[in-house]
Ligand binder design. Sequence first.
Ligand SMILES: [Cu+2]
Length: 286
Amino acid sequence: MKFLKCRTCILNFFLTSFIFTLYGCSNGVLNPKGYIAVEQRSLILTAFLSMLCIIIPVFFMTLFFLIKFRENNSNANYKPNWSNSHMIELLVWGFPILIICFLSILSWKSSHDLDPKKLIISNVRPIKIYVVSLDWKWLFIYPNENVATINELVFPVNTPIIFELTSNSVMNSFFIPSLGSQIYTMAGMKTKLNLIANESGIYKGISSNYSGVGFSNMKFRVIITKNYFFFKKWIQKVKNSSDRLDFLLGFRKIAYPSENETIKYYKNVEKNLFNIIVKKSQDIKK
Ligand SMILES: [Cu+2]
């Protein structure tokens, strides 16, 4: 009876862990919504499967050797002077070497193909968006539209996006799991990231690098509109807000640490604000 209870317990534990493990797949890296993320998922799966080619035979061979060479098995050959088998050596060294070669070529090729700096080829004109990580919120600046938002990122589907990123304080990491490629933001430095979404919808954006007490709520909403028209409509909505954003007044205010920040829109952004922010941190370093 006690044994049965324990068994249900263990079964429950494994079932729950299994569900929780798969729960993350619903809107993350394993459920990609853009070209880059699709390629990254196939890379993860290929690497995973090729490593299983080693692990699974090892598991079976362990069982096989345990059973075959157990003490009371009188059918097994008894070879007290056996010391070496070229066949076994070839198998245990050969396969791992082949797989390591395969994985090295794969990683080398895909890290060049999926280089965050590489422009995504498309016949749609790309959109440029500046990203600034603040304590503890995200600022998105649309230089060509002259608008900015806090914690809301909107762009149309099937349009390449060129992100330029920096941080106004400590290091953070910009990550939209459904679109792939997380990238770090650092004060006084500019990094680039090219992404594309191939499916419209609302996704989650996070900071994947711990950056202080307000970090856990440093999230942003990503809205991929069905077409350019809806994107323009959204830009118009942002332009209807009353707030302006310039470095000396507005930016200093939003850069002040705060947690659980709501979405905010700014219609008028100081020209070159992004570069001013980068330069400010460079000047402090000097
Ligand atoms: Cu750096």
